[in-house]
Design a binder for this molecule. Structure first.
Ligand SMILES: Nc1ncnc2c1ncn2[C@@H]1O[C@H](COP(=O)(O)OP(=O)(O)O)[C@@H](O)[C@H]1O
Ligand SMILES: [Mg+2]
Length: 150
């Protein structure tokens, strides 16, 4: 059965874990492989962290919204904020480019999100916000279990 959901929360780091947990439940019925699950969680985590720390600079007045859809074995998700936005998107998406070099794994967020998704699109406008949409196709279930004989 297909499904749709929306989740909104304030821009504090604590909510990155919440978003990951909710989105993991949302895809659980697809029975993802360990790799697919790890990749999916990483995309969610990178996009939500960007909205919280770059979009709003951890200002709890800011609201991050996730919209997600499941069509068959395809998940499409948009993570959006109404924060500061990005003036030079091409530069922001370059590997290793960051405006916060003091952080761990600096500048690799967009590169990681791109490599773990099947499609990624980014909208951003200075002072209006940012929206990242990605889709990911999950592989068919190959059960290794069959009915046994005595
Ligand atoms: N939601 C966002 N709002 C504003 N700026 C953003 C947002 N997401 C990303 N950016 C900008 O793009 C840059 C690159 O992002 P990313 O590849 O995730 O690296 P990092 O988060 O380590 O800086 C960030 O340093 C920031 O300047
Ligand atoms: Mg990042």
């Amino acid at each position: 059965m297909d499904n749709e959901m929306t989740l909104s929360f304030i821009a504090i780091s604590e909510n990155e874990g919440l978003a990951r947990m909710v989105m993991t439940s949302f895809i659980a019925s697809l029975d993802p492989t360990i790799d697919e699950l790890a990749e999916f969680k990483t995309i969610v985590s990178e996009a939500v962290t960007n909205a919280i720390i770059h979009g709003y600079e951890e200002d709890a007045q800011g609201i991050v919204t996730i919209r997600a859809k499941r069509d068959g074995r395809k998940i499409t998700m948009t993570i959006s904020d109404e924060g500061r936005g990005i003036s030079d998107l091409e530069q922001a998406m370059e590997p290793l480019f960051t405006t916060k070099p003091e952080r761990e794994r600096s500048g690799m967020g967009f590169t990681i999100m791109e490599s773990f998704s099947d499609h990624l699109s980014v909208w951003s406008e200075p002072q209006k916000g940012t929206a990242i949409t990605f889709s990911k196709d999950f592989s068919p279930i190959h059960s290794k279990i069959t009915m046994g004989e005595r």
